[in-house]
Design a protein around this ligand. Structure first.
Ligand SMILES: Nc1nc2c(ncn2[C@@H]2O[C@H](COP(=O)(O)OP(=O)(O)OP(=O)(O)O)[C@@H](O)[C@H]2O)c(=O)[nH]1
Ligand SMILES: [Mg+2]
Length: 360
């Protein structure tokens, strides 16, 4: 980069023109401009972000996918407006490129079929964990190619939104089993589904009991305490941890309320507004996913969850280095998904359930 063209003059806040003479202030090299460079690059590249919704059947997962896409920030029209949402029978991803103030976001939401309907729900988590690991494997296979793409398409799940049924009691054994497995593999944000069926007091008491259950079962949901980088992170994330699981309501229907068009659920007593904090906490979920923690979710996915998977795969492919950087990874054999290695996120939880290891 041409330093004369790029370096701003420390004497003024404006960038210097090509003809500006070299600055006289000694020691100024314009490091702060790296931020502008990063911003320009990021705007050119855009962002990829992948969310997955998981939970028992009928809890409003598919409705939440529509809610996310239809809510204020993204406001894009999905086909089939006004049609009832059918039951989800297979994993399905919806992608939209959303642009706001010149920043492009390629958002993919993967909807999963509800589980827990069977008498025997053993291994009902296999398709979900299988999909997550498959995306890690896809990334790994691209990454280890000798001639690899400059930009590896990222289909890895950056956040899994887990729907807890609004029983008002506590987490069920099935939720605990699945959450334990998911948290070792991916960032998980639990939400209380269909929260309009609970009173405000019930929601709060339910939230506290779920938090207690998570602690006693060593389930480290996102944002994990151990990854707070400084005091600011700790303060912000502690507030979020205190509100998780968010009590959410989903809807893809719009209604007119006081002259405003709102997403909501019409009941005999009035309209429950999805984007109204007095009615539910959908906004907290959306803000966490997009506004405040998108990059952090991606970083933890890459540096922790994918890293665990990568290390485990490299080890199991019994490859010893034959020289600097020599790697020979065989493609995954067909069969059940590969088990990732012990997660730094909740090593304790793994130790507690070592006997489940084979299922995983
Ligand atoms: N009361 C209430 N109903 C909801 C809410 N979200 C969705 N529903 C309704 O619940 C029913 C099931 O919603 P879906 O979005 O299909 O649920 P799902 O979790 O995708 O179900 P599966 O595809 O079977 O796993 C629909 O009739 C929705 O209108 C909510 O927040 N509150
Ligand atoms: Mg569905």
């Amino acid at each position: 980069m041409d330093p004369l063209r790029q370096s701003p003059s420390p004497c003024s806040s404006r960038p210097s023109s090509p003809k500006t003479p070299p600055c006289e202030m000694h020691g100024y090299v314009g490091i702060e401009d790296v931020l502008d460079q990063l911003k320009i690059k990021a705007m050119k590249m855009g962002f990829e972000f992948n969310i997955m919704v998981v939970g028992q059947s009928g809890l409003g997962k598919s409705t939440m996918v529509s809610t996310l896409f239809k809510s204020k920030v993204w406001k894009c029209t999905l086909p089939g407006r006004g049609m009832p949402i059918p039951q989800t029978l297979q994993l399905k991803s919806v992608t939209h490129v959303i642009e706001e103030k010149g920043v492009k976001l390629k958002l993919t939401v993967t909807d999963t079929p509800g589980f827990g309907d069977q008498i025997n729900n053993d291994k009902c988590w296999d398709p979900i964990l299988g999909y997550i690991n498959e995306q890690y494997e896809r990334y790994l296979q691209e990454e280890i190619l000798i001639t690899r793409q400059r930009h590896i398409p990222d289909t890895r799940v950056h956040c899994c939104v887990y729907f807890v049924p609004p029983t008002g009691h506590c987490l069920r054994p099935l939720d605990i089993e699945l959450l334990q497995r998911l948290c070792r593999t991916v960032n998980v944000v639990p939400v209380i589904a269909r929260a309009d069926s609970l009173t405000l007091e019930e929601r709060e008491a339910f939230r506290r009991r779920i938090q207690h259950n998570l602690r006693t079962h060593c389930i480290e949901v996102y944002p994990q305490k151990c990854f707070d980088e400084d005091i600011n992170d700790r303060i912000l994330n502690s507030k979020i941890r205190d509100r998780i699981p968010f009590a959410v309501v989903g809807s893809d229907q719009e209604y007119l309320v006081n002259g405003r068009c709102v997403l909501g659920r019409k009941t005999k007593w009035g309209i429950i507004e999805v984007e109204n904090m007095a009615h539910c906490e959908f906004l907290l979920l959306r803000d966490l996913l997009i506004r405040s923690h998108l990059q952090d979710l991606k970083d933890i996915t890459h540096n922790v969850h994918y890293e665990n998977y990568r290390v485990c795969r490299l080890n199991e492919s019994h490859v010893l280095p034959r020289g600097p950087c020599w790697v020979n990874l065989a493609p995954t054999p067909p069969g059940p998904p590969v088990a990732p290695g012990p997660s730094k996120v909740c090593r304790q939880a793994r130790e507690d359930s070592d006997d489940d290891e084979d299922d995983y």
